[in-house]
Design a binder for this molecule. Sequence first.
Ligand SMILES: NC(=O)c1ccc[n+]([C@@H]2O[C@H](COP(=O)([O-])OP(=O)(O)OC[C@H]3O[C@@H](n4cnc5c(N)ncnc54)[C@H](OP(=O)(O)O)[C@@H]3O)[C@@H](O)[C@H]2O)c1
Length: 299
Amino acid sequence: MKTIVIAGGSGFLGQVLENQLTKNGYTVLLLTRFPKKENDMYWDANTLGKWTIALENSEALINLTGKSVDCRYTDKNKKEIYDSRINATQILGKAILQCKQPPKIWMNASTATIYRHSIDKKMTEQNGEIGNDFSMNIAKAWEKEFNQFETHKTRKVILRTSIVLGKNGGALIPLKTLAKFGLGGNQGRGNQKVSFIHEEDFVRAVEFILNRPNLNGVFNVTVPNPTNNMILMKTIRKKIGMPFGISHPEWLLKIGAKIIGTETELVLKSRNVIPERLLQEGFSFKYPTIETTISNLLN
Ligand SMILES: NC(=O)c1ccc[n+]([C@@H]2O[C@H](COP(=O)([O-])OP(=O)(O)OC[C@H]3O[C@@H](n4cnc5c(N)ncnc54)[C@H](OP(=O)(O)O)[C@@H]3O)[C@@H](O)[C@H]2O)c1
């Protein structure tokens, strides 16, 4: 049986992947700091240990490890956001280099947030402009760490994933709650682009790359046509039958974010990212629009 190891696989995306990959016939092993299930293996995301055995002869290693960015960017949180990503990537690279039969492919999470705020310019893998704030610098350091490993028997892919919308996790849950209470209007001006992908298409894209041995390098994992915040919120309101939604100007969002312990960047940054390479390779999206995505997820 083919084994896929998911580091940081206990979270939202890891669980979506585990469910589908298991259904598709793979044995899935998860690397976690808090093992609970039979297929969980302990690691500290920082040092080599018994977990490295899991990588021998495996089909793939998918690394999703990272402290959630849905928090206040205090110095302590910033350090943890950085360390959790860089250290995990580094130790996985070292573990692969020690393997006799390393994984055939190593996919490492990155983020579509690596591209600068953009309303008009579409960011492709080739032409996208990478900026210089905290989040973008984290993403750059994360990819730099990954890119420094030369793994001759293991092809390497970077997943620059946009906001994943899912039934049981991710950004859609709080947005739906806001809409339910009549608070689901625009966030900020509402014209900021939203790059997103349905959880099912995220898994399909991962499997698409997994099954094509010629593919490596950077992939934007996101729908071909980003929506914007106003249309996203309108589509959610329509689907749940809420006739109105109070909007939140930027100043109010700033206060609210402080109270609930998050950052406004998560909703105000304009993400205009295009999956040029997936399209060139012939990947087709099951849920290419916000309407089909929301309609399926909030059913
Ligand atoms: N969700 C999205 O829309 C999205 C979009 C783009 C990129 N990404 C990236 O994709 C990855 C997975 O996303 P997700 O939504 O599945 O995240 P998640 O639910 O927060 O899960 C992340 C995993 O990382 C591990 N982790 C958390 N803090 C850690 C720390 N301080 N040290 C070591 N491990 C730690 C956790 O595993 P244990 O606690 O079990 O050890 C957890 O299962 C993240 O790196 C995220 O930045 C996500």
